[in-house]
Design a protein around this ligand. Structure first.
Ligand code: AMP
Length: 567
């Protein structure tokens, strides 16, 4: 008999009871050593609260309503017991455990059962996920009921947690990688890399168990398993991006579309969204294009799909979303909203991983592989003026801004680093009021030079801080400003001075972020003063309503792109 599910449930119970990371890692690491190769992936997945490996498209589709109905039937308990237990623990799993414990009906039924094993639980999950078509709902329910009816209360607690995807022991994937590193004496970095490539830490452990840790060296990309995406940080402007990248960088148009990762092997093509869900069905013309054009037997590439309007200009993002959301009448919507692909990276080609090659080399390989598919427009430069013109050109063509990519950068999956920087154009300036100010540091020690900027509430007339900056004014202006602010000081606290809202300044910024820092819940990013608006009174400053409107427009788009396909 294999390892019982009870042991796994007890382990999870220990994890839940502690917040000490080292202890958690130790417990799991010891447990991993005991398991057989075939048990280890299911066990790892379950500890992480998943029924299957991470990349696996199978889902259980058992809702809470279904589960409660089953549990009620099974235990015959008054549901008040559940509600009370839930109110006390705030945890569905724990409440289910209490209900099971309270049930006499259920105790009698399980008296003679032999213990569930980890592999049996996995098999049940597989059967539940496979139930499809007519009558599948009932089949699923029967299977869930059968599984729960042989579980102890503690086992039921964790089965339910996995079924509804709410493990909440605090033991996450990153810690699992640490536990694997410890259990098998493999440097953490190697574990992380292999786990990233395989797309699942559970499968990685099963490989180590069955083939030894030497097998890690041979781990490569697996086609049709999406790789986590490399992401970008924001740069204030092209000049900063050039500086950050060591004096020279590659700029590409930043297209206003949806990112996709394309996997190709022979004639088979699959496309994954930014959230790594399979969106192949929504984009048949991209599949055909890749089949026709790509000059490689096997490849993993990335690009941006853009919806195209009548004159060939990119359409706003919302149109593209309709393409992703639609699963029926694809042919019709394909005619209405044509899309175009621009490739910008290649991660893998014909058996060879390319992620450790520098950007510039990958780009060359990409251009050789892309056939007739266009790449994102790109320049390499160290010249701020040339870069600025390139940004203007991108904006004139209806794109979002630029991406700067460090020439020697490798592809770092799942990481939002500085090797890629996004540059969005400066938004329309805001006229804001200085409501408080701090003394600066170093040379500015005696100057009131760090300004709190506020927008006016059109309804109440109150001022709300939306940002802070020490940038933009000349030394002379700061000296004069210090004098003026001293005259309107209301109170002082350490290095901070609150002033009467009187002075209006024009402020540039690149983005408005959601932020808990200020009461209004928003904060300007990269704010800098562009001039002092001597001509404006505080009552004429921009309103918090206007700031919110700009923020919401931006936020809505971010939300949409995050919730894109499959969700
Ligand atoms: P953001 O979503 O604001 O973090 O910006 C990064 C996104 O820009 C990527 O995930 C891509 O979807 C998109 N993007 C547009 N053009 C490019 C490009 N040339 N290179 C990389 N990403 C791009």
């Amino acid at each position: 008999m294999g390892t019982t599910f009870r042991v796994l449930a007890e382990l999870c119970e220990k994890l839940e009871a502690t917040s000490k990371r080292n202890l958690m890692v130790e417990i799991v690491s010891d447990f991993l050593k005991e398991l057989t190769p075939s048990e280890v992936e299911p066990a790892v997945s379950m500890i992480l609260g998943r029924a299957f490996p991470r990349w696996d498209p199978r889902v259980l589709e058992v809702g809470w309503a279904t589960l409660t109905a089953i549990i009620r039937r099974l235990t015959g308990t008054d549901w008040k017991t559940f509600n009370k237990a839930f109110a006390e623990s705030g945890d569905v799993g724990s409440a289910v455990k209490t209900v099971f414990e309270a049930s006499k009906l259920y105790k009698q039924a399980t008296l003679l059962e032999k213990p569930l094993t980890i592999l049996e639980v996995r098999q049940s999950f597989e059967k539940i996920a496979e139930a499809s078509g007519k009558g599948s709902k009932e089949r699923r329910e029967r299977l869930v009921k059968a599984l729960l009816s042989v579980a102890t209360p503690l086992e039921a607690k964790y089965l339910v947690k996995i079924l509804i995807g709410e493990m909440r022991t605090g033991f996450h994937e990153g810690l699992m990688e640490v536990a694997v590193s410890k259990a098998f004496h493999i440097p953490l970095k190697e574990v992380q890399k292999a786990s990233m490539l395989m797309g699942d830490v559970g499968e990685l452990v099963s490989l180590i168990k069955s083939r030894g840790k030497e097998a890690l060296n041979q781990v490569g990309f697996i086609l049709f398993r999406p790789v986590r995406l490399m992401m970008a940080q924001t740069a204030e402007n092209v000049e900063k991006a050039i500086q950050e990248h060591g004096g020279e960088t590659a700029f590409e148009h930043k297209l206003d579309g949806a990112r996709i990762q394309i996997h190709k092997s022979g004639n088979e093509v699959r496309i994954f969204s930014r959230r790594l869900t399979d969106v192949t069905q929504s984009l048949p013309e991209i599949v055909e294009l890749v089949q026709r054009e790509v000059k490689a037997e096997d490849a993993i590439m990335e690009g941006e799909v853009v919806a195209i309007g009548i004159q060939g200009k990119p359409l706003p993002f919302q149109h593209l979303m309709r393409r992703f959301k639609r699963v029926h009448n694809i042919e019709e919507i394909r005619r209405k909203i044509p899309v175009k692909l621009f490739l910008f990276d290649i991660l893998y080609r014909n058996g060879q991983s390319l992620i450790h090659k520098p950007y510039i080399e990958r780009r060359r390989i990409l251009s050789e592989t892309a056939g007739g598919i266009q790449l994102t427009e790109q320049i390499i430069t160290s010249d701020v003026e040339i870069a600025t013109n390139f940004l203007t050109q991108a904006l004139n063509r209806g794109h979002e801004g630029l991406m700067a990519k460090r020439l020697n950068a490798d592809y770092t999956p799942g990481i939002r680093g500085k090797k890629w920087l996004k540059i969005k154009p400066v938004l329309e300036p805001l006229d804001l009021v200085i409501v408080a100010v701090e003394y600066g540091y170093g040379r500015r020690h005696n100057w009131l030079s760090d300004y709190y900027l506020a927008a006016r509430d059109a309804e109440t007339g109150k001022f709300y801080i939306v940002g802070k900056t020490f940038k933009g004014l000349t030394d002379q202006e700061i000296i004069e400003m210090t004098e003026r602010l001293r005259k309107i000081t209301i109170k002082k606290k350490h290095r901070k001075v609150v002033v009467t809202p009187k002075i209006v300044v024009e402020v540039l910024y690149n983005e408005i972020q959601k932020s808990p820092k200020y009461k209004c819940g928003m904060a300007l990013r990269f704010a800098r003063i562009s001039r002092i608006r001597e001509d404006k009174a505080p009552e004429e400053a921009d309103t918090i309503q206007k700031v919110r409107a700009i923020f919401e427009k931006q936020f809505q788009k971010q939300q949409e792109s995050r919730s894109l396909p499959g969700h």
